[in-house]
Design a protein around this ligand. Structure first.
Ligand code: ARG
Length: 462
């Protein structure tokens, strides 16, 4: 902008100060500054390469932009509200440094294709960082799983005890979710990594630019084929926010389990002091703040996804200022997902301990082996539905007698059905119940050991 703060000769007066504040995005889009500089350097090189400006001018712009970067890093350049947005701020500072040639930078470009480029460069970086954090999270899950293949934990459906499972199997379920998250982000990346630079304000440009040249310098895989689409597309942002939301779903589910496990009702884990907090009034308390915060922060990421969808739904082509609203949600989602992944990884790694004694007892104190009694009969020729009904009766009479299945005498078993033999006790022991579920993808130890090997192989792919 000019010194008078008017847009061009077309304008008579400056913006109302409150409207200037309302319009400005510098307070948050400063996050894009390094990407803006990198994008502008590529643009300047392209202008020189195509002869739109001289090589000397191209050099001056690139070097000047590098100085802006250094000044920013050293805290000497801190653009304020008068800059409106990061793009103006950088261009203005550049022109102060290099003189009039700085005014050539914006040739054959608009802030519309510029901001689209910056956002994609930013997201590209962040996606890779999040994928790295997912890898760390997955690694900790496998590490704990490896030590707990034969640790048993009650498995639930409807939050009712169903069948015991290997603790490793339980944790590896989260490994799989994170694996899909990792792959999903790779897929999102392929659509983030397309360059809108050179689409201009909306219709392209009269200058003989080389969009592919600039895109190559910025390591984009491709360029947008339609300029109207290029400047106004935010599908990539929606997709990213969706992937981020799904990551949060997964982290939130794990959080919920950790919170339950730490409760007096479950007592499956102990929280270590490094990852738990106390109460300001109840001295006996140790609170699971980390998983609670992760569960709570999930809401804001879902909110940003919803906001982005709503921002887009009524937008006519091409750029509209509504699109400035994309940034805060993206930045906040990125920071939230990164923070939550980091916290959950630390929590698993050093913030909690499984209570092995308690788990061992937990898997013997219920009727979670009832299916195995039915399977036992079915394997000896009794039709499964019939076996199911017989065992239903057994459970009923056992409850009435205040006994568990393991406490029934062999005579009592044989009274129920002659097919029962002495090996029923082994068949219904928790360890055997788990080991026997050796179908592919099941909790049987052989399967789980193989799943760990497979997980490690996956982790080696980056
Ligand atoms: N700050 C703006 C944004 O974030 C940059 C693009 C402005 N373009 C325009 N035509 N006013 O979207």
């Amino acid at each position: 902008m000019t010194e008078k703060q008017t847009w061009s000769q077309r304008f008579e007066s400056a913006l109302h100060p409150a409207i200037a504040r309302f319009n400005a995005s510098i307070s948050f889009d400063i996050e894009l500054i390094e990407y803006d500089i990198t994008g502008s350097q590529a643009h300047a090189k392209m202008l020189a390469h195509t002869g739109i400006i001289s090589h000397a001018e191209g050099e001056a712009l690139s070097t000047g932009l590098e100085q802006v970067r250094q000044e920013y890093r050293q805290g000497q350049f801190q653009p304020g509200i008068d800059a409106e947005d990061v793009h103006f701020a950088v261009e203005k500072r550049l022109t102060e440094i290099v003189g009039d040639v700085g005014k050539k930078l914006h040739t054959a470009r608009s802030r519309n294709d510029q901001v689209g480029t910056d956002t994609r460069l930013y997201l590209r970086d962040q996606i890779q960082q999040i994928r790295q954090l997912l890898r760390g999270f997955q690694t900790v899950l496998v590490d704990i799983a490896e030590k707990n293949v034969e640790t048993l934990i009650p498995g639930y459906t409807h939050l009712q005890r169903a069948q015991p499972v290997s603790l490793a199997h339980h944790l590896l379920a989260y490994f799989q979710m994170a694996q899909r998250d990792w792959e999903r982000l790779e897929d999102v990346y392929s659509r983030v990594n397309i360059s809108p630079l050179g689409c201009g304000a909306l219709a392209g440009t009269t200058f003989p630019i080389d969009r592919h040249y600039a895109a190559n310098l910025l390591h984009f895989d491709n360029v947008y084929d339609n300029s109207l689409d290029g400047v106004s597309d935010r599908d990539f942002a929606i997709e990213f926010l969706c992937a981020a939301s799904i990551i949060m779903v997964h982290l939130s589910r794990l959080s919920e389990e950790v919170i339950l496990w730490a409760s007096e009702e479950f007592r499956f884990i102990t929280l270590k002091d490094s990852c738990a907090t106390g109460s300001s009034i109840m001295p006996q308390k140790k609170n699971p703040d980390v998983p609670e915060l992760v569960r709570g922060k999930t809401g804001r990421v879902f909110g940003h996804l919803q906001a982005m969808l709503v921002i887009m739904k009524g937008l006519p082509l091409a750029y509209n200022k509504d699109l400035q609203e994309d940034k805060e949600g993206i930045f906040d989602s990125v920071n939230t997902v990164k923070g939550c992944l980091e916290a959950m990884t630390i929590l698993l790694q050093e913030g909690l301990e499984f209570r092995h004694q308690r788990l061992a007892t937990a898997v013997t104190e219920d009727f979670a082996n009832a299916t195995d009694v039915a399977d036992y009969l079915a394997a000896r020729g009794v039709p499964f539905r019939e076996a199911y009904n017989i065992v239903g009766k057994v459970v009923k009479t056992s409850i009435a007698a205040g006994k568990l299945l393991k406490d029934l005498q062999i005579e009592e078993w044989q009274e129920i059905h002659p097919a029962f033999a002495a090996d029923i006790y082994e068949a219904i022991s928790p360890r055997q119940v788990v080991a026997a579920r050796n179908s592919y993808g099941g909790t049987g130890f052989v399967q789980v050991r193989q799943a760990i090997v497979n997980a490690r192989t996956r982790l080696n792919v980056n």
